[in-house]
Unconditional design. Structure first.
Length: 130
């Protein structure tokens, strides 16, 4: 990754590293049922990008997935152990996020606040503030 972002690979230390970098995750943000990022269809994502005049133009690959964001910083780590490891990426202010895996494309619109994306089994999920 570029732009001063750090990438580390760790087992259970990934959560500790993310907490040290960004502070503890609020309880509400840790529960994806209450703070998930809006996932949009490709058409709705394009309409929202056009309306807000933003583009997810900052791209990178990590942990077998391709990530794109409109703004802000990204820091990623591998969570879990060995064969069960999965990517976790924290975004400082992404506005719009697009994640592409072998299982498809995932479009999220978390806005300007921080967001965390986890990719497990090729499926991406996003939590605001996480």
């Amino acid at each position: 990754m570029s732009g001063g972002s750090q990438v580390i690979t760790a087992g259970s230390g990934a959560a500790i590293w993310l907490a040290l970098m960004f502070g503890p995750v609020p309880a509400a943000a840790a529960d994806a049922r209450h703070a998930s990022c809006p996932r949009l269809t490709a058409e709705a994502f394009t309409r929202r990008l056009t309306a807000r005049r933003v583009l997810p133009a900052r791209h990178f690959h990590f942990g077998g997935a391709h990530f794109s964001r409109a703004s802000g910083r990204a820091d990623c780590a591998m969570a879990g152990a060995n064969d069960a490891a999965f990517p976790v990426c924290r975004f400082s202010a992404p506005v719009a996020l697009q994640v592409t895996t072998g299982r498809g494309r995932y479009d999220f619109f978390p806005g300007l606040g921080p967001a965390t994306v986890t990719v497990r089994g090729g499926e991406a999920s996003c939590v605001k503030g996480g």
